[in-house]
Unconditional design. Structure first.
Length: 261
């Protein structure tokens, strides 16, 4: 089977956005709204098991019953309004962080995208993120030169069910006009891996501090990054001898491996 497309997740994959991006943005939104709670790293890692930002806020209200101070009655009377208000303000705070260059691309992302473009491959972005989150990342972290090489973007608002459902990947395949066996997905989490594999797409994982202990047993490769020639990737599961970073030829080689091998 010939490789025709590479599908990239966003948060944690294109950029390490969670710890120093989204979590900080949520906490800034809480402060601006006068809410007396903060999301620390351990709590946020648990909240990341939810498939999106609004889902995390709803789960937090339901599971942790936070102290809401003088706003308690209003929040409990209309929790969806509160969720929308916090999420909108968080998105603006996140936009500010990205615009100021606080969330650069992870190692190897720009290189692999340029290699894919030169090889004539299609490039897709498949994410649970909202358009409000995607817009600044594509503009500032990815940048206009790389963004123009992206053929399709499927976000969380484009499907009925977010990852770990395969819906977003299935929609990406439809929009690109390619088969699952002609693609490789680049993900960073077990949730993303589950979505891609359920759609029949082989997957390479680049872990983050938040995801490094998750179960990636169904991934083709697990590494600490896509790597650069001068800064090779660290293999955490699987290995291709002599390969220092993830390249288009490497992905083509992975696609040729019989399933289950």
């Amino acid at each position: 089977m010939t490789l025709r497309a590479i599908l990239f997740d966003v948060d944690g994959t294109l950029a390490d956005t969670e710890r120093d991006g989204h979590r900080r943005a949520y906490n800034r939104a809480f402060r601006k709204l006068g809410l007396p709670f903060r999301w620390g790293p351990k709590l946020y890692n648990r909240l990341l098991r939810q498939p999106g930002g609004k889902e995390r806020l709803r789960y937090y209200l339901r599971r942790y019953e936070p102290e809401l101070g003088t706003q308690a009655a209003a929040v409990r009377a209309d929790p969806e309004y509160w969720v929308a208000q916090v999420h909108a303000l968080k998105s603006r705070c996140f936009h500010s962080l990205v615009r100021r260059g606080k969330l650069p691309l992870r190692p190897g992302v720009a290189r692999l995208m340029l290699e894919a473009e030169l090889a004539g491959l299609r490039i897709g972005i498949v994410t649970n993120a909202s358009r409000a989150t995607l817009k600044p990342l594509l503009k500032y972290s990815l940048g206009p030169e790389l963004a123009e090489h992206v053929d399709i973007v499927v976000g969380g608002e484009d499907v009925a069910c977010k990852k770990p459902s395969p819906d977003s990947y299935l929609l990406a395949l439809e929009r690109l006009g390619v088969g699952a066996g002609e693609c490789i997905a680049i993900e960073d989490s077990a949730m993303g891996l589950a979505a891609a594999t359920a759609a029949g797409i082989r997957t390479v994982i680049t872990v983050t501090q938040e995801t490094e202990r998750q179960d990636f047993s169904s991934a083709m490769l697990v590494l600490d990054s896509l790597g650069e020639p001068h800064a090779p990737a660290l293999y955490l599961r699987g290995r291709i001898d002599g390969v220092r970073c993830v390249t288009v030829p490497l992905l083509q080689e992975l696609l040729a491996v019989p399933r289950g091998a």
